[in-house]
Design a protein around this ligand. Sequence first.
Ligand code: THU
Length: 135
Amino acid sequence: MSETENLIRIATEARSCSLAPFSNFLVGAALRTEAGKVFTGCNIESASYGLTVCAERVAIWKALSECERDFTDLVIVVDTEQLTPPCGTCRQIIWEYCKHAKITLANLRGQREEVDIVHLLPKAFDARFLKEAGK
Ligand code: THU
């Protein structure tokens, strides 16, 4: 099994932990570090809808909070015919913390697509602009 397929399997398992009673839209994610460690995530919804956290960010926060900084792969698994790209908030976080990771979208029907954060979030805002201010 390829590394990507293995990550898809892991993200699919993580998806089964989703807490999505409001949308019933279950998402799983797997984030691999340079050293080969894998952090998983699933979406977690809140009755106060806006507090919902996406699967990708759960995986990213888990990894960052354990001092991991370098990532090779991010996999996102859904059960929709059309593969689901990360939401705008997740794109920003991926840009800031997982810029170099290969991003693979997958579904339970065997479809896969590789996407690039530069194309998902062109002209991204990041810390470089904060340093420019007032110069
Ligand atoms: N969701 C994710 O977990 N990742 C995405 O990339 C898109 C959306 C979740 C958030 C919410 O729980 C549900 O999917 C519907 O928006």
